[in-house]
Structure formats: C-alpha cells, structure tokens
Write a protein that binds this ligand. Structure first.
Ligand code: EPZ
Length: 419
C-alpha cells in the first residue's frame, strides 16, 4: 500500500474514538527504561514511531510485547547503551531516549540526529542541560559519546526556549539523579505532564509539570507501573478539520478538550459549532467556513505548531483571506507547494502564509512531505472535487493510527491503493 486515494466531496458524519498521543507515548516508552521492572502502557497508538521505539528498547535489552493498544516493557536487564544510527534516523525524536539511557546506565552513544522535514532540529538545549547534570559529551565521527563518570546530579536549569524534548530529557535524567533539579522556562505541553504522571506512578518525585517551573527530587530506584496514555490532541484537530471542510458533523470520543482550547477557538472562529462534554467534542460545520484573520503557532497553551498544516488546509476552503504565522519551526511550509496543486491559493513569505480561501479545490496526485503536511493533503483531498492520490504515506503513518479506517467510518470515500 503505497498511496492513499480519496474521492472528495463526501460530507463526514458519525463518531470515532481518537488515538493515544504519539508525542506522549514516545517519551513514556523511553521512561520505562528507568523502571527496572515491568511497565504496562495502555492506549498506545499503532504507529511506525511506536514500532521504532520498541526496536530501540529491545536493542537496549528490554523485553517488549504488544497486545492491541497495550504495550508491556520489562527493563529488568539493560545490556546496551547505544542507539543504532539507523534507528536514530528512522525517528528523529529518539533523542528523547538520551536522558533515560544515561539515567539508567550512566552513559549513552547516539548519532547526532540529522535535520528532518521541518528543517534543522538542533539539540543544543538537551546537551547543555545534561552537561549541567554531570554528563560529559564528546562528538566524533557524527556520534555523541555521553558519560556521567560520577553519576548524574541535580542542577538548576534555565531553558532559553521551552523546548518539549529538552524538558523531557531533563526530567528523564533527573528522576533518579543525586539531589534535586529545577527546570525554569520548562515546556508546558500536556505530554510533559503525562510523562511526569507516569514517572511519579513509578516512584519518582516530580512537581509542577504543566507549569513553566518543574521540580524533580531524584530517587534511588523506580519500579515498573501501569499507565494510560492521554489522547492525541493533534489527531483530534485533524479529524475535526476533516469534518469542517466537508460541511460535516462528527463526534470525537476519548479526547481531552482542555488540552486543545486554542484549537477549538480556531474552529469556532471559522464558524463551526463546537460542543465539548466530558471526554468528547461534537463539531458541526457551517455551510461555508469563514476566514480566520490570523492564526499564530506558539508554545502551549498557544495554537500548536503541529496543527498548523491542518488549519492551513482547512482555511484554504474558507471564504476570505486568512493568515497563518509559524513561530516554532524554521521550515514547516514544505507541504504548501503540494497543497497548491489542489488549487489552494497560498502565498508564503518567511514564516507567514497568506491563504486566500477558494471553493474550487480539485483532486490531484500529490506527495506527503512530512507527518502533519501529509495530514493537510488528506484534508484538502476530502474537500476537493474528484479523485486525489497521496504518495509517500509513510510520513502520515508515523503519527496517525488507521487514518483511512477512521475517515471511512465517518463516511469518507478513502482507501489505500498501489501495490
Ligand atoms: C516536539 O518536538 C514534538 N515531537 C513536535 O511534534 C512538536 O512540533 C514540538 O515538540 C513543538 O511542540 C515530539 O514530541 C516527539 P522542541 P521537539 O524541542 O521536542 C528549537 C509532530 O508532528 N530547539 O519544542 O523537537 C527547535 O529547533 C512533531 O508530532 C532548539 O533550538 O520540539 C524548534 O525550532 C513535529 N534547540 C523549537 O525549539 C534544542 O535543543 C521547538 O522544538 C531543542 C529545540
């Protein structure tokens, strides 16, 4: 199955349950390394990034099994401390294993993570923070050799940018370090709190997650535990945009509306009726989507950068001109050239995209450039007249669990095609 094909114009309706959060399950799987026993993780989405994480855990000596959406990891005996280059390349976010491997073994070898489809992905904040905790890092031949000769110790760390990954790596390294660690200007994303909840269940002492100051008091040992991953707020935003562009009315279950207030605002701004109740949200689209004058991506609780491509695709079909400003990543607009093949009228200048809405999108052959850019193409295809075919769908499968099955369940004419 190398492509997704869509016959657009079908109005979506019905209800689905939203997957567990990709950006939570990855750091939580890394954290199981610290537990020295068996951990059971529920609500794990079926994603290639999860498969890659399990490959890394197995390489390190863990026993991993999966039954439906429940993953069990036994990290009783760790026999390695390097992350193979091939796996680092498969998933850029494997850098989040760094803190856990050093925390468990006192050393780690990783290849310098290359850039990715979003532009350079520096890890300077990760490395400088770990150095403050007693890690020495030598770079040679593209590999980072990290050792904490005297073990990890706590530190007072100020992040110049509230990096999600750096915050996670510091928490992972500090959980069993000697002494206490404070993170100032920490990332506040819900996935950080989910990681802290998992570790606290395992015996860690982490306070303040979800705020910009996090205190971690190192403990001697962590034990295996059980945890359920929070819902994926970006997948939820994606399915809402699919309904919005098709004039549909859908209910999404197993979500956490408080995690996506800035996204719900955007849907209401363009005329959708959005009703949240408990762990569900119901979106009913207007006959014509209204433009949203300006949407800016910001760190949480601002509008999430990962929902940017989703919003741009939706606003391509709105009445009037909207502006999207990407403030987090340097090169997040690569998907826009593919969107324009549908007839979307978008001009980009640096970090600004000006979207002149049109009701004339037509089906095309296109290719996903990255995970969320691929989701944007699916949204455009659902709106466009005629058939679309989307290639390079491995990007999409990194972050969406059964997107074809979910959209079919909502009435989309969508299927895999190709060999
Ligand atoms: C996480 O990436 C997410 N990935 C990203 O989701 C998400 O877009 C991003 O956070 C922002 O919310 C995972 O959680 C696996 P950052 P991360 O460190 O940790 C700069 C998706 O589609 N920076 O907060 O890499 C960096 O260049 C993915 O699901 C440094 O300069 O994001 C970027 O401009 C895409 N030095 C900004 O900070 C560093 O050491 C945000 O990066 C680290 C980051």
């Amino acid at each position: 199955m190398t492509e997704i094909s869509v016959n657009g114009g079908k109005r979506l309706s019905g209800e689905i349950s939203v997957q567990g959060a990709k950006n939570s399950v990855l750091p939580v799987l890394a954290a199981t390394l610290l537990c020295g026993g068996e951990s059971v993780i529920h609500n794990c989405p079926e994603l290639s990034d999860v498969e890659t994480s399990l490959k890394i855990l197995r390489h390190l000596g863990c026993k991993c099994s999966k039954e439906g959406s429940t993953v069990t990891v036994d990290s009783g005996s760790i026999t390695a401390y390097d992350i193979p280059d091939s796996l680092m390349r498969e998933m850029r976010s494997s850098v989040v294993f760094l803190g856990a491997v050093i925390g468990r073994t006192g050393k780690a070898v990783i290849s310098s993570p290359g850039g990715c489809e979003l532009g350079p992905r520096p890890i300077d904040l990760h490395l400088s923070s770990l150095e403050q905790m007693g890690v020495t890092i030598q770079e040679e031949h593209g590999f980072l050799n990290c050792t904490a000769e005297k073990g990890l110790h706590g530190a007072e760390i100020h992040l110049s940018f509230p990096s999600v990954g750096a915050t996670e790596n510091i928490i992972l390294a500090a959980a069993t370090a000697e002494g206490s660690t404070v993170i100032h200007n920490a990332a506040k994303e819900p996935e950080i709190s989910d990681l802290a909840d998992f570790l606290n269940r395992a015996g860690a002492r982490i306070y303040g997650s979800g705020s910009d100051t996090i205190n971690i008091y190192g403990v001697k040992k962590l034990g295996g535990t059980e945890h359920t991953i929070i819902p994926d707020r970006i997948a939820a935003a994606t399915y809402m945009a699919c309904a919005a562009v098709t004039g549909g009315s859908v209910t999404l279950n197993s979500i956490m509306p408080p995690h996506m207030m800035s996204v719900l605002w955007c849907f209401k701004e363009c005329g959708c009726a959005v009703v949240s109740s408990g762990g569900s949200v119901r979106l009913t689209a207007p006959s014509k989507l209204r433009r949203v004058p300006t949407v800016r991506s910001l760190v949480y609780p601002g509008f999430p950068t990962d929902a940017g491509p989703v919003a741009v695709a939706m606003l391509s079909a709105a009445e009037g001109t909207s502006v999207f400003v990407e403030n987090i990543f340097e090169n997040r607009f690569r998907y826009i050239d593919e969107l324009k093949r549908f007839g979307a009228k978008i001009k980009t200048e640096g970090k600004i995209a000006v979207i002149e809405g049109t009701d004339r999108l037509s089906g095309v052959h296109c290719k996903a450039t990255d995970l969320r850019g691929g989701a944007a193409l699916v949204i455009a295809a659902l709106r466009a007249d005629g058939e679309s075919r989307i290639g390079e769908i491995h990007h999409i499968e990194r972050g969406y669990d059964d997107i074809v099955g979910n959209l079919s369940a909502l009435g989309a004419d969508i299927k895999y095609s190709g060999d």
